[in-house]
Design a protein around this ligand. Structure first.
Ligand code: ADP
Ligand code: MG
Length: 602
């Protein structure tokens, strides 16, 4: 008995569609690429319901003849290659002739197209690979292709679609990847009747700032290089705008967005020593290489590429980026030659500085509780705080060393500490007296605890202390991050941020929690998202705690920050007002108590 069947075309196309079109964004990519291949100079993308009900691309390209309009939906129907050899000289985006056949198998498609030498165009309706109608139409030169009700006959796929905001951010990312590298073409994007982008033909830097916001104009260096192997043109981010995530790294080869870890590494290598740890440069770099030097035998919807000359490419790219950063590097070295601490105005000639004097109170005993106000407060709050380990339990050798330094210092001026006075050691620790002994407080961790309690308190009580910004600040994210960020908006508002989406990937912040420094908003959010996605979040019992901990960590004062006497006293008082004053939200220890008897033993 024979059991082998040849699948009908409609079924074969549906199967192929599974590979080519897995979500609305991939259909968008195919249609935009076809419009570019048709030589369009203006392309309009219209989306409804994140592409679920409508994806339409209108171009002013070459259009199709009546019979091509019918033929383009057949499998392997392509005008872009004729013989196998053509494969090695591909200059177009598509060449397999699969996209339209696949899309027509899983949607209701309306194609309207006209070539410039025809009076009339043609309109075709096709549904699940079946042609429903074809008739002559009056229409502009070019092509309009509308994909309605994607996956109408593939419920499994339809049900797997994410919510609209997610699907739309994928579409937006496809739009960026296409439009960034085709600055000579005008593009618009309209979603649910609202025009989100209107990109005019122009320079790459203009395109970047149209897509990511005006401030981006100032954030990049131009990179350009031409060799036999490759032509490089693009922009690399100034080191000070490096981000905590790799969201803004765009590499293109021959007008196509690619992912290539080795080439990305080449770019990052050029930044060696210029960036703080765990930050990543932004870049938009286009490479032009001879198409025959690329392995095209790779699925067109994938973003991976293989180069014949990848070693040479790596070296050229790295040195081109280095060169672009070169001027900057030189400038930094000059600027930072003298460390800040030595930035003291020169003394006038003949000036003799007075000898330093130490004033002290000879009858002062730091361990006898003199009930000043702060001290009382501390003592009260320290009840229930007796489980603090004494300094013999210190595990961290760094702490021990710090402690030794402190003791040295304390030995030198043992009695110069009045009760409520705090002393800052190494611009990192605050030392003060408690009834139980000397307290050594890690300033950063202490501040983290205070901020964490404040943030999570305002979240539970809905009473946040918020400061309105003089100038609203725009923050931008990658599509995926923007989506996550949108999900976290209710929490952020609880903490005192006033933040609204501007477009799919841009948010405007008009107010922040009172303790926030506005210049750091973008990197703060980037880090928060990175933390949230990363493993560090697992130790927190819920999302709110995790977010508060991440924000508190970033808002907190850093080691190295010089604090005034009032600031230290405020910090200590605020710390002891926290129910869990002994540990930072991360679980690290904040305070070490050195008991007098321990001190005197040595
Ligand atoms: P491919 O792009 O791989 O050739 P597609 O299925 O995407 O395959 O398109 C099939 C053919 O239909 C193309 O080769 C092209 O000739 C024609 N075509 C598709 N879209 C357009 C368009 N917007 N304008 C003109 N011709 C188009
Ligand atoms: Mg195509």
């Amino acid at each position: 008995m024979d059991i082998i069947n040849i699948l009908p075309d409609s079924v074969a196309n549906q199967i192929a569609a599974g590979e080519v079109v897995d979500r609305p964004a991939s259909a968008v990519k195919e249609l935009l690429e076809n419009a570019m291949d048709a030589g369009a100079t203006q392309i309009d993308l219209i989306i409804k319901d994140a592409g679920r009900t409508l994806i339409q691309v209108i171009d002013n390209g070459c259009g199709m003849s009546d019979s091509d309009a019918r033929l383009c939906f057949e499998r392997h129907a392509t005008s872009k290659i004729h013989k196998a050899d053509d494969l090695f000289a591909i200059h177009t985006m598509g060449f397999r002739g699969e996209a339209l056949a696949s899309i027509a198998a899983i949607a209701q498609v309306e194609l309207r197209t006209r070539q410039h030498d025809n009076e009339l165009g043609t309109t075709i309706h096709i549904e699940g690979s079946q042609v429903i109608s074809q008739e002559p139409t009056a229409c502009p030169i070019g092509t309009s292709l509308a994909v309605k009700n994607l996956f109408f006959n593939v419920p499994a796929r339809r049900n797997f679609l994410k919510k609209d905001s997610v699907e739309f951010s994928h579409i937006e990312e496809v739009f960026r990847r296409v439009t960034l590298i085709h600055q000579d073409i005008g593009f618009t994007l309209t979603s649910n009747g609202r025009q989100i982008y209107d990109l005019k033909a122009g320079s790459m830097l203009q395109r970047i700032s149209q897509l990511f916001g005006n401030p981006y104009k100032e954030r990049f260096f131009n990179v350009e290089e031409e060799t036999d192997v490759v032509r490089i043109k693009g922009f690399v981010g100034k080191p000070e705008y490096a981000r905590k995530t790799r969201g803004e790294q765009y590499l293109f080869v021959n007008g196509r967005f690619i992912k290539h870890p080795a080439l990305s590494a080449a770019v990052e290598k050029a930044y060696t020593d210029l960036l703080p740890e765990h930050t990543y440069p932004s870049y938009f770099i286009g490479l032009q290489v001879d198409p025959s030097r690329i392995d095209i035998n790779i699925h067109p919807t994938k973003t991976e590429v293989k180069f014949v000359d990848d070693h040479a490419l790596f070296a050229i790219l790295r040195s081109a980026v280095k060169k672009a950063l070169g001027q900057f590097t030189l400038a930094t070295e000059l600027a930072f030659d003298t460390p800040e601490e030595f930035n003291i105005a020169p003394a006038p000639k003949g000036y003799m500085p007075p000898e330093p004097k130490i004033s002290y109170n000879p009858s002062y005993n730091p361990f006898r509780a003199t009930p000043t106000q702060t001290h009382l407060h501390l003592e009260k709050d320290l009840k229930g705080f007796n489980d603090i380990k004494d300094f013999k339990d210190l595990k961290d050798p760094k702490d021990l060393r710090d402690l030794k330094d402190f003791k040295d210092l304390n030995d030198a001026t043992p009695q110069s500490l009045p009760t409520s006075t705090c002393l800052q050691v190494q611009n990192k620790y605050i030392v003060t007296t408690l009834s139980s002994g000397l307290a050594i407080i890690d300033q950063q961790r202490a501040h983290e605890r205070i901020l964490f309690d404040r943030l999570s308190h305002s979240a539970t009580q809905s009473l946040s202390l918020s400061q309105t910004l003089l100038f609203p600040v725009n923050c931008q994210f990658s599509a995926a991050d923007a989506d996550l960020f949108s999900e976290l908006l209710p929490e952020l508002r609880d903490y005192g941020f006033a933040v609204e989406p501007l477009s799919q990937c841009t948010f405007v912040v008009t107010a922040t929690p009172a303790d926030m420094k506005e210049g750091e908003l973008q990197s703060c959010f980037d880090q928060m998202l990175a933390d949230y996605k990363g493993a560090t979040m697992q130790k927190f019992s819920n999302r709110n705690q995790a977010l508060c901990a991440s924000l508190a960590h970033q808002m907190a004062i850093r080691p190295g920050k010089v604090l005034s006497q009032e600031e230290m006293q405020q910090l200590v008082a605020d710390l002891f007002a926290c129910p869990m004053a002994e540990t930072a939200p991360s679980g690290k220890k904040i305070i070490t108590i050195v008991k007098p008897e321990e001190l005197l033993k040595n």
